[in-house]
Design a protein around this ligand. Structure first.
Ligand SMILES: [Zn+2]
Length: 461
């Protein structure tokens, strides 16, 4: 678990197993104080997924009223926003672009500037993101925000037959056992959530059967967390015919996998896989539908996809995801620049939902490579598509003019198919970049246990 003080972590590391479980449950109690309290089931019902089938006009009218209520409250409660926000209601959602955007840098500089002055700071949840570029970010959420992040997610899960309180397994970077540990178990049972918390950090091939056995023994009925972890287990099941646990669904978060990898997980576990998008600051804001598009949870937030100037991109184009969360006026995030990229759908989704939808999430703005001729090239991860039998891959810039595509091979890997991968990368990066590939056994994870698809291993070039 993410224990807050180093000393707490030391106590946890040296404690016997039973005491670790007590400590983890104590932490879970603290978290639940923030998440599910009061008339919580009523709140979950307000996020009934049937809402997304209503007309776009009806959804937007509700959002505009909600937005104006939020802006008025934030103006009153947060001094930082008083001179910034208009003192009259907006007349349409398009006027949102007249408000300034909020950058991570602004939050990093002074997180308390964004907190309502009427809140007792001791009642806030200090949250930390690892920051994929290596710069961590601390921000604060009040109870209202945390609860309002949880309810839409619980509502979506329930619609898949996965209710809170039924046994589940979660793979994430949460601290379960020391990073140096080399023997199972790499998981712990959290009684309060009925959750088998599994460390994504320790997923090495020799331990896959141990993880699968733990999932079966705890009779988990759904899975959550890092999709790359579920994908590694799926590949193992496919190769070795191991028995998967019987799951109703796997709902992933925190990172993405390709649609091909998603299909592998669905086949191996024999259940639907749903990828979601969200951030710690604003909660979950988009879920895949059965047509693999990401639909914005329009009751939880207004989400814009914008170009460098902050203006909306045209349908079919890619831009940065900017979120205005309805979760709380006490710890607000208004036009928050997530740093993540999405490609807008150009037409209505065949699933019948009318909430805005994205064809894909393209990774982070920082996941770009700078070529020797000075161009920034993003959205590179799809160059590996022509490769046959690639289990996992990572594109690493190791020098100003040199790229290595690292490949973890599956048994059916076809080395000759890498020619097409290299050619695709070369097309994007131009002739001044040398592109190579190499086989590796395992790709490194970040401290949070996540896989980064594009990394720059050179000082800023
Ligand atoms: Zn859809």
């Amino acid at each position: 678990m993410n224990l807050r003080l180093p000393s707490q972590q030391q106590i946890y590391d040296t404690a016997p197993r039973w005491l670790q479980r007590v400590l983890v449950n104590a932490e879970a109690v603290r978290r639940e104080w923030f998440r599910r309290y009061g008339a919580y089931q009523q709140l979950v019902r307000e996020h009934d997924p049937a809402w997304y089938y209503r007309s776009r006009a009806e959804q937007e009218a509700w959002q505009l009223a909600q937005l104006n209520r939020l802006l008025a409250e934030v103006r009153r409660r947060v001094p930082f926003y008083r001179p910034i926000l208009p003192d009259r209601p907006l007349t349409g959602l398009d006027e949102l672009t007249t408000l300034p955007m909020l950058s991570k840098e602004q939050v990093r500089r002074d997180p308390f500037a964004l907190v309502a002055t009427d809140l007792d700071r001791r009642t806030l949840w200090p949250r930390k993101t690892s920051g994929s570029t290596g710069t961590p970010l601390t921000f604060y959420l009040d109870r209202e925000a945390t609860r309002n992040h949880q309810a839409p997610a619980d509502a979506m899960l329930a619609a898949l037959g996965c209710r809170f309180g039924e046994p589940r397994a979660r793979f994430s970077g949460a601290y379960v056992v020391p990073y140096t540990r080399i023997q199972p178990p790499f998981w712990i049972w959290i009684d309060l959530y009925r959750q088998l918390q599994c460390s994504a950090y320790h997923l090495a091939p020799e331990f896959y059967p141990h993880y699968l056995r733990a999932l079966r023994e705890h009779r988990v009925v759904y899975g959550t967390g890092y999709p790359t972890a579920w994908h590694l287990l799926a590949m193992y099941i496919r190769e070795h015919g191991d028995q998967p646990p019987r799951l109703r669904a796997i709902v992933t978060d925190s990172e993405g996998i390709s649609l091909e990898q998603q299909a592998v997980v669905e086949q191996a576990f024999g259940c639907p896989v749903v990828q979601t998008y969200g951030t710690g600051e604003v909660g979950q804001i988009a879920w895949q539908c059965e047509h693999r598009r990401y639909h914005v949870l329009s009751r939880a937030a207004i989400v814009e996809v914008v170009d460098e100037t902050g203006q909306p991109v045209a349908p079919g184009e890619t831009g940065q995801i900017v979120v205005t969360s309805f979760a709380s006026s006490g710890t607000p995030f208004i036009r928050y620049q997530t740093g993540d990229l999405a490609t807008l759908a150009a037409d209505d989704c065949p699933c019948g939902r009318h909430s805005p939808s994205w064809l894909a999430i393209e990774g982070r703005i920082d996941d770009r490579i700078k070529t020797p001729d000075g161009r920034w090239v993003g959205r590179l991860s799809h160059v590996t598509k022509p490769g046959i039998g690639i289990k996992e891959s990572q594109i690493a810039q190791v020098a100003r003019d040199r790229i290595i595509i690292r490949v973890v091979p599956a048994p059916d890997f076809v080395p000759a198919s890498m020619q097409a991968v290299v050619a695709a990368a070369q097309r994007y990066l131009g002739p001044t970049m040398q592109v190579e590939w190499e086989l590796v056994e395992r790709l490194p994870r970040t401290r949070a246990g996540k896989l980064r698809h594009v990394v720059r291993e050179v000082p800023d070039v």
